[in-house]
Design a protein around this ligand. Structure first.
Ligand code: FES
Length: 62
């Protein structure tokens, strides 16, 4: 509850947790995984995590 829609089903990590992790300084899929485990099991959520990274957002905005 309070973590937003689940992005990483393997570890039950919600969208809000991932965005907060990125806001806290995790700048890569690997850093997000190290901080909250998202993306460290099957990897199917990695494209979703990648889309949330600042560099991806900057690229989309360009
Ligand atoms: S859904 Fe995130 S590692 Fe499997």
């Amino acid at each position: 509850a309070g973590a937003g829609p689940v992005v990483c089903a393997c570890h039950g990590v919600g969208l809000d947790v991932i965005t907060a992790t990125i806001a806290g300084g995790a700048g890569s899929v690997e850093a997000v995984g190290a901080a909250c485990k998202a993306g460290t099991n099957c990897g199917s959520c990695i494209p979703e995590i990648r889309k949330l990274l600042p560099e991806a957002l900057a690229r989309d905005a360009a």
